[in-house]
Design a protein around this ligand. Structure first.
Ligand code: NAP
Length: 249
């Protein structure tokens, strides 16, 4: 599979590029507005991978060239630039290429980070509205910490929530995600549910900033047996439990 990371020179693009290149056989392509920057980033990621014992080939191109013939295109750019980045590559997209968006609309004030979705309801739906009809949009990676992905010495042990209206595309992206060691894909419903997923991102950043040792916070959803039930039988009443993984955000 050809996996193109537009804005792959940035934080989440780097983390995803390193993990996909380390753990899968897919072609990883870095996109940038500047082809030289894309090329240098690709070289430096290859160097990092080599230092961790992975021989991987990563290539770098200007965004439209990076998107050319890609099976999946990740819009790894700031939320305010998802639509212009998508427009810049749309003529090069294969008909059925899946567009993945990890962006969450955030704002920051003296109290911390807050969720600020665009008028479309979420950045994910904004991308879906702008995407060609033939290209399914899938939301994923919103709540991952780039620093944790990029540190290949760390085990992940975290979940990412996946949103999509196209069942086949959503399943395909879940399968792709789970090729990364320690990353579990959990379906969170159609794109209409994206605001709930995106709004977790400022919550995680605020928790990471307010608590020592919780940098690079991620989430892992677990089923916990209800403690108040008879311990001699497994209860069907279960509660979701957030756990955290530490390191810098
Ligand atoms: N950082 C995280 O931990 C994290 C986690 C989950 C989700 N996300 C989401 O992932 C997306 C990228 O986050 P990030 O932290 O990787 O961002 P970033 O490092 O600030 O930027 C990523 C890349 O976007 C490109 N870019 C910057 N300004 C642009 C513009 N005006 N037009 C088009 N491209 C532009 C740049 O690439 P070139 O200069 O090479 O073109 C840059 O390297 C965001 O939407 C964020 O919400 C981030």
């Amino acid at each position: 599979m050809r996996l193109s990371l537009l804005g792959g020179t940035g934080d989440i693009g780097k983390g995803l590029a390193l993990r996909f290149a380390a753990d899968t056989d897919h072609d990883v392509i870095i996109g940038s507005r500047d082809p030289d920057k894309a090329h240098s980033a690709a070289e430096s990621y290859e160097q990092t991978l080599a230092e961790h014992g992975h021989e991987a080939k990563i290539t770098g191109f200007e965004n439209p060239m990076a998107a050319d013939r890609a099976d999946c295109v990740v819009l790894a750019v700031p939320p305010y630039h998802v639509t212009d980045t998508l427009s810049s590559v749309v003529s090069r997209l294969s008909d059925d290429a899946v567009i993945i968006t990890p962006a969450a609309g955030l704002t920051r004030d003296e109290d911390g980070f807050h969720y600020r979705p665009p008028s479309a309801g979420s950045v994910t739906t904004l991308v879906a509205d702008a995407a060609p009809e033939s290209n399914p949009v899938v939301g994923a990676f919103h709540n991952l910490a780039a620093g944790r992905l990029a540190d290949l010495s760390l085990e992940l042990g975290i979940d990412t929530l996946v949103l999509g209206d196209d069942r086949n595309a959503t399943e395909m992206i879940c399968t792709l995600i789970e090729e990364i060691d320690g990353l579990r894909a959990l379906k969170a419903g159609p794109l209409a549910n994206a605001a709930e997923v995106e709004s977790l991102t400022p919550l995680l950043i605020n928790i990471a900033q307010q608590n020592d040792g919780l940098h690079d916070l991620g989430v892992q959803f677990k089923w916990a047996q209800n403690r108040f039930c008879n311990s001699s039988r497994i209860s069907s009443r279960v509660s979701p439990l957030f756990t955290h993984s530490t390191k810098r955000w």
